[in-house]
Design a protein around this ligand. Structure first.
Ligand SMILES: [Zn+2]
Length: 459
């Protein structure tokens, strides 16, 4: 056996990274969460002036949290905008930090796609805990410590793939750091070093395959056995993307759902149909964004997450703005909260077109099934006469003749209408027109007036 000696054979054969935790019955998980949340509330109250003020304003003392229901209803809901204002006021971490600044081992920031980046301080303990979410997902699909992980990633302030790096160290695998270089450079390096796991955003995984083919190299010949993505909807959210990825690379693909400032908190389910909350690292529940009440199993709502992995800047009952469909069980046997289809949309980009809620992931799924379209697309939001409108801009496959565009656009619009019951305008643009991104791909171009966007973000 090629594994390091500290892995016993029985553990190596298990489908679980943490057999005890991943199969713990809900009632026991809940009991454990309550104990941990009570401690965390007391910690935040004691060490973070921000939480002390918020709890006092809400008239809540730590000892008032006697049940999970108390926690969900009485603990104030925290939003990124609360933190941004305070950090701006008093850099670096203002009143949001809970440890002296000299304890910080790592400083990250959000990618700032919505404007000002949020500063993320992490202690050494936080980085260890933060990274572990990935290990659950990797182990579940059959990745083992003997594997080597290629990071097709420019090492900046973005927390996402740093957390994967911390995870590889914990997992016992080998880090192969691609660093910031051209896509051709990545392909050459992969060919030379033969890593077995490729870590990147899903769009970049597909783009690298395109680049390899352009160099006359079949990506499936490069020896990559697993693809693991994060940062945007990936193979578990968009089945068409999985097919494309797995076919191109001859590898098994899966994904992790994380929130940069929070935690890599929901690794992929091995069925490929969604993700499971890592209940050892986070507590998550799902609420109706309109009423604030917890949704029933199988209903769509916003997931609210508390991280056990961030003591430097505690995040309790934190809004993710991610819309998910939760289930309490899964056919893979894991008891961790399951989000079918990963993230279905964003509360800030939940667009109501002629009375129908339209989610980005749903549109992407339809586009993936239309023959002749490539994986590159954008959704343009506008507001006309007081109503939200969405236009799909998509690129056809490079070999599609221009004369075919109108027919392809009509087919796409029909597929959207049949599946989503909503009529969206579809515009096709020549291959190579839409921008390519190494990190977060901007799929939604919001051209609605600023005040409307702001109101939706504050929901
Ligand atoms: Zn599962």
């Amino acid at each position: 056996m090629a594994y390091p000696g500290y892995f016993n054979p029985r553990a190596a054969a298990s489908p679980y990274w943490n057999p005890y935790f991943e199969t713990l019955p809900r009632a026991e998980l809940d009991r454990l969460h309550l104990r941990r949340l009570q401690q965390l509330v007391r910690y935040a109250w004691t060490y973070s002036p921000f939480y002390r003020a918020r709890l006092e304003a809400a008239g809540v003392q730590p000892e008032d949290i006697r049940s999970l229901a108390d926690y969900k209803q009485r603990m104030p809901i925290i939003d990124k905008t609360d933190f941004l204002a305070l950090q701006e006021e008093r850099p670096h971490y203002g009143q949001t930090g809970a440890v002296p600044e000299e304890w910080i081992a790592h400083h990250c920031e959000t990618s700032g796609t919505t404007g000002v980046p949020l500063r993320i301080p992490l202690t050494l303990y936080d980085t260890e805990r933060y990274g572990e979410g990935w290990c659950y997902g990797w182990w579940a699909v059959g990745i083992r410590p003997g594997d080597s992980f290629y990071f097709a990633f420019n090492w900046g302030l973005f927390a996402g793939f740093w957390s994967a790096y911390w995870a590889v160290r914990r997992f016992g695998g080998k880090v192969v750091s691609g660093g910031g270089q051209s896509s051709e450079g990545h392909i050459r390096m992969i060919r030379r070093l033969r890593p077995t796991v490729l870590l990147a955003t899903p769009t970049y995984v597909l783009y690298l395959a395109e680049v390899a083919r352009g160099m006359g190299i079949d990506p499936a010949s490069l020896g990559v056995r697993f693809i693991y993505t994060a940062g945007e909807p990936g193979p578990n959210a968009v089945p068409a993307m999985r097919e494309q990825m797995e076919r191109a690379w001859g590898a098994r693909a899966n994904e992790l759902l994380g929130v940069a400032e929070l935690h890599a908190y929901a690794p992929g389910c091995p069925t490929g149909e969604g993700v499971h909350v890592d209940e050892s690292g986070a507590f998550a529940w799902v609420r109706d964004p309109a009423t604030g009440r917890e949704v029933a199993e199988g209903e769509v709502g916003e997931t609210i997450v508390t991280s056990y992995a961030n003591l430097a800047q505690p995040l309790l009952n934190y809004r993710t703005h991610d819309l998910v469909r939760p289930y309490y069980s899964c056919r893979c046997g894991r008891t961790g909260l399951f989000y079918q289809g990963v993230v279905l949309g964003r509360t800030d980009f939940m667009v109501c077109v002629r009375g129908t809620n339209v989610y980005q992931a749903a549109v992407e799924n339809v586009l993936g099934r239309v023959e002749g379209l490539s994986s590159h697309y954008e959704l343009v939001l506008t507001r006309e006469r007081g109503l939200d409108q969405m236009t799909v801009r998509a690129e056809p496959q490079p070999d599609c003749p221009e004369a075919e565009y109108p027919a392809l656009a009509a087919r796409t619009a029909r597929a959207i209408q049949e599946t989503l019951k909503v009529r969206l305008a579809v515009t096709l643009v020549p291959p190579g027109t839409l921008p390519r991104y190494e990190l977060k791909t901007r799929r939604i171009i919001d051209q609605r007036p600023k005040e409307i966007r702001y109101a939706l973000e504050r929901q």
